[in-house]
Design a protein around this ligand. Structure first.
Ligand code: BGC
Length: 511
């Protein structure tokens, strides 16, 4: 049997269709509001590269980098190499790792809605601190607050959307989160472009994050709590009322019963994290964590964080670099739309495998051109810079309809309720840890490995493509609470983790 195909059923799993699948305005609006958490996250990703290439900002907070950057004979690959400059970008993700643990507990105990509200408050605090920063400590402290917002938001939003969406539309709606991440990155590049020459440009850029943060703060007052979370927290009537409201039909008994069943199972599990370590949780845990790690090892954030810096390295002038970042930002948004509309039709596996091939070609060509033509102190000939820009856009588009959105979607839909928040926490923290590593290490690694860094990412892309082809089951169209039965227990490889041991595990866990 072909890898990824499920025994005894279609590769789509094809269930969830027995549940009412009307896409109501309520679900649409709530998903869009929640996805504003993605806008905030994206704005943070996109803003740092531009800000750290602004002279006024460098002069104020990183004077030695400023001097180095303007040193005419400085090595092309090393002119931005500075641990503190990287810490400005990466500190946010360090805070996000720590905070997503609290966020996962908050999600379970107080619900998804409260967690999203807290995210917006952290974001607002972070925006005020960074935009008004008078010294490096205040700046980094603000980034930590923003990181708390990202930790809370990224933990709650994808789960929230997956739980309120009907199975048939879950992929598309969930990808709205990623869509707004890309819109956030694009907005940040545009803002950077216009503020780059203003003496307080960096304050305007950092302060601009207040807009998505306010949207999220106000919007989060209007969203519903998910029926799953209500039932899980002992409010079954409210859960039933909300379910009717979001499905737009009265007869939701079947779905309600499924959620109650899942909740009953979940209640027997006293320690979700311990449960996550059991053999029967391994497939979902391994897949989620690897997906997030692979997502970062595509090398996407080298482009998202450091595009302006990278383009300057290639010899573009400062504003041309920012403009190139705007170009990749536009490609990112447009290509994500392919995922919004394609993920529930083409399936997850197809997108991931196709994009791996595409990204591999793009990274190899980029690395090849830089290795051949960009030496220590020369300027990359113009025509090659444009070819590199084209292949970077080719790379970004592949990422945007695959590993970007699916890195978030799949972990949010594959765990059973009893381990869902704990499992998703592991996925979110993997993302943040590897984002931190890439952000903290890239400029130094670029200095050491030079163009070779692109081939390092190529190696990872080959591994992730093989992984998606061989080990990733298709989850398209399967109801979220039926995933174990319909997907994992039937997968050619992962089914071995669901033997009698699972039953023994459950017996042992009962109070
Ligand atoms: C990733 C980010 C990345 C962004 C780019 C997200 O899915 O988690 O690290 O910067 O996509 O669009």
């Amino acid at each position: 049997m072909a890898p990824g195909v499920i025994n005894g059923g279609s590769s789509s799993g094809g269930t969830g269709e027995h549940l009412p699948a009307k896409l109501t305005l309520q679900v649409l609006v709530c998903s869009i509001i929640a996805a504003f958490g993605g806008l905030m996250f994206g704005y943070d990703i996109g803003i740092s590269g531009g800000v750290t290439s602004m002279d006024v900002f460098l002069e104020k907070f990183f004077p030695h980098v400023y001097v180095k950057k303007h040193h005419a004979r400085e090595d092309n690959y090393c002119k931005f190499d500075d641990q503190f400059l990287q810490l400005f970008t990466s500190s946010l993700y360090l805070a996000a790792v720590v905070c997503s643990l609290f966020a996962s507990k908050c999600c379970k105990r107080f619900g998804r809605k409260v967690t999203i509200q807290l995210a917006s408050l952290f974001f607002l605090g972070g925006v005020v601190l960074t935009a008004c920063a008078v010294n490096l400590a205040m700046l980094i402290f603000g980034r930590l607050f923003l990181g708390a917002g990202v930790g809370f938001g990224n933990q709650a939003v994808p789960l929230f959307i997956s739980e309120i969406a009907p199975a048939k539309y879950r992929g598309g709606l969930n990808v709205c989160f990623q869509l707004l991440v890309t819109v956030g990155i694009l907005c940040a590049s545009v803002v950077n472009y216009f503020t780059s020459t203003h003496p307080f440009g960096w304050r305007i850029s950092l302060g601009g994050a207040a807009i998505p943060a306010l949207f999220l703060a106000v919007g989060s007052l209007l969203i519903v709590e998910t029926p799953t979370s209500l039932i899980e927290r002992g409010q079954p009537e409210e859960g039933m009322r909300t379910l009717r409201k979001i499905r737009g039909v009265q007869d939701v008994q079947k779905e309600y019963d499924e959620i109650v069943n899942a909740t009953e199972m979940a209640k027997q599990i006293k320690h979700p994290f311990r449960n996550l370590m059991k053999r029967s949780s391994r497939p979902q845990l391994v897949v989620s964590m690897l997906l997030q790690m692979f997502q970062q090892f595509t090398g996407i954030n080298v482009i998202m964080f450091y595009a302006p810096v990278l383009f300057q390295t290639m010899g573009f002038k400062s504003d041309a670099s920012l403009l190139s970042a705007v170009t990749t930002g536009c490609v990112n948004v447009l290509a994500t739309l392919v995922a919004v509309f394609g993920v529930d039709k083409l399936g997850r596996r197809f997108l991931l495998i196709e994009a791996s091939v595409q990204m591999l070609i793009a990274q190899s060509v980029t690395g090849g051109i830089l290795a051949t033509f960009l030496k220590t102190t020369n300027v990359l000939p113009k025509k090659y810079s444009y070819v590199v820009l084209f292949f970077i856009c080719f790379f970004v588009s592949g990422f945007a309809w695959s590993w970007g959105p699916l890195g978030w979607l799949i972990p949010s839909e594959i765990f059973p309720l009893e381990t869902r928040t704990a499992g998703f926490f592991c996925a979110v923290s993997m993302n943040m840890i590897f984002t931190f590593i890439v952000a903290q290490a890239f400029l130094s690694t670029l200095c050491i490995m030079r163009a070779g860094i692109f081939f390092f990412f190529c190696g990872w892309i080959v591994i992730m493509g093989i992984f998606a082809y061989s080990f990733l089951p298709e989850t398209k169209g399967v109801s979220i609470d039926e995933m174990n039965e319909k997907v994992w227990k039937k997968h050619w490889f992962w089914k071995r983790y669901f033997d009698e041991e699972q039953d023994q595990d459950q017996q042992r866990d009962k109070p």
